[in-house]
Design a protein around this ligand. Structure first.
Ligand SMILES: Nc1ncnc2c1ncn2[C@@H]1O[C@H](COP(=O)(O)OP(=O)(O)OP(=O)(O)O)[C@@H](O)[C@H]1O
Length: 466
């Protein structure tokens, strides 16, 4: 490997393709001074013969002897045939410019041995076959120009980290542009059947297909999947709206279900007591049996509208009791009377069931109702709550109360007992509550003049002034 060897190679090249084009190359002049030749350290390092009128096929075993060559430019000539295999010996080659010739055949495997190649331009020739993935071996390439040839098939996955210029335009290529090449401009791929990247979406590809996926997209012309990537489809706006509506609807349904279950649990967990019976009465549409006292001002005074909203509360309670099978222990489902009334009961349970009722007041042991029966007779019914005595004991205690006879004690006339319902029936006292009279009239509207005038009868209240 010396200049002499280089000179012989150049002379052989001239004879093969430039006999008429390179008359100045003769032995009378220094090799390094020949047209297009540049030397360095006694070796030919550059051969530039662009548009020199070279014709024919490159001879084998010639270029390979230029082992120090770094730049080989034979562009714009009429060179034909394949690139000879011995180019692999030009291991120092940095730049190869073969564009605008008529080279043909496949790119020889020998070319991929030129590891130092930075610029390779074999565009505008007649090269054919597929673009080899072996171009990846030329990992110093900054420029790879393959345009205007007869390359076919798909572009292989090329991963050339320093590649800045790439052109495969006007070849018979198809399929998807590989991921790493999609950054190249559109001009790099014109006149091909390629898709993706700067050329727009491939069939079946969506706008948000990640950069890593295109290699997996089917190419135009039914090309096979070359990358094994996965399609990732974006949800449409309609689908997102549908999902959102479904979520809201599902949430509402869930809330409704929870609400329903809570209510069911609440009603289901209530103890089977008079309170439960009241709730049952409500469920039966009997009205507010155990709410705020109606027709009463909170101190036991029956107001003008006392009867408003009257409901068959006691009757309802009794009915509930009867329905609940509460009389099972007695089997009678009857009112039990005391004293002389026991012989000739003025009304029975049925009458009480049909009576309309209004709440008089609530005490510690239950609620008192005024029950007015169809006959017009009125009684006060105390509906006991939380009294959980066995029937014999209850009867015994009530009998003791029923036996009390005193002019200052409201007589207990009858009672009803069942497991879930216990009613005490008293005479109805129509004069109102002493407590109310004391608290409202005495402190607020009691008239001393009225009192001192010596008029008879109870002091009257002025609801207006109170
Ligand atoms: N027999 C009756 N006639 C007229 N009104 C009555 C009668 N019994 C009770 N009331 C009215 O009903 C209110 C409540 O009576 P209730 O007996 O429930 O009160 P309480 O004695 O405080 O109750 P508890 O003994 O359960 O604590 C009374 O303040 C009164 O106004």
């Amino acid at each position: 490997d010396d200049l002499n060897t280089d000179a012989q190679a150049l002379e052989a090249l001239r004879k093969a393709v430039g006999r008429s084009a390179l008359p100045a190359w003769n032995s009378s002049t220094q090799t390094c001074q020949w047209q297009g030749v540049a030397c360095e350290n006694g070796r030919v390092v550059e051969l530039r013969l662009p548009g020199a009128g070279l014709m024919g096929a490159l001879p084998s075993g010639v270029l390979g002897n230029l082992t120090a060559l770094r730049t080989l430019s034979l562009r714009w000539n009429a060179l034909t045939g394949p690139i000879p295999d011995d180019v692999s010996r030009m291991t120092e080659l940095r730049a190869m410019y073969f564009q605008h010739n008529a080279f043909s055949g496949e790119v020889p495997a020998a070319l991929y041995a030129l590891k130092n190649l930075v610029r390779l331009n074999i565009g505008q020739n007649k090269f054919s076959g597929e673009i080899s993935p072996d171009f990846n071996k030329l990992n110093r390439l900054g420029s790879l120009i393959l345009d205007s040839n007869d390359f076919s098939g798909e572009i292989p996955k090329l991963d050339l980290p320093t590649l800045e210029q790439f052109n495969v335009s006007y070849n018979k290529l198809n399929g998807s542009i590989p991921r790493k090449l999609r950054k190249m401009p559109k001009d790099s791929f014109l006149g091909t059947g390629l898709c993706g990247g700067p050329l727009g979406l491939c069939p079946g590809e969506t706008a948000d297909t990640p950069a890593g996926s295109p290699e997996g997209q089917p190419g135009a012309g039914g090309a096979a999947d070359v990358g094994g990537g996965k399609k990732k489809k974006k949800l449409s706006g309609g689908a997102i709206a549908g999902i959102a509506i479904a979520c809201v609807f599902g949430l509402l349904l869930l809330l409704a279900l929870i609400f329903f279950l809570c209510r069911k649990k609440k009603s289901g967990s209530a103890p089977r007591s008079s309170t439960a019976a009241v709730e049952k009465g409500r469920d039966l549409g009997m009205g507010p049996l155990d709410g705020e006292p109606k027709g009463q001002n909170g101190n036991g005074v029956h107001g003008a509208g006392a009867a408003a909203g009257a409901v068959p509360a006691a009757a309802a309670a009794a009915a509930v009791a009867a329905k609940s099978g509460g009389g099972s222990t007695t089997g009678s489902k009857k009112l039990i009377y005391f004293g002389p009334m026991a012989a000739a009961p003025p009304f029975d349970l049925e009458d009480l069931l049909r009576a309309s009722a209004e709440v008089l007041g609530k005490g510690a042991f239950g609620t008192a109702y005024k029950a007015v029966m169809e006959s017009g007779a009125a009684v006060a019914v105390k509906r006991l709550k939380d009294v959980d005595l066995p029937e014999p004991e209850f009867r015994e205690r009530i009998a003791a109360i029923g036996a009390v006879q005193h002019e200052l004690v409201v007589p207990l006339r009858a009672y009803y007992f069942s497991k879930d319902e216990k009613l005490l029936v008293y005479d109805y006292m129509s004069m109102g509550s002493l407590s109310a009279l004391l608290h409202v009239c005495v402190h607020v509207t009691f008239s001393w003049r009225h009192w001192s005038s010596g008029r008879s009868g109870p002091p009257r209240c002025s609801t207006k002034s109170s």
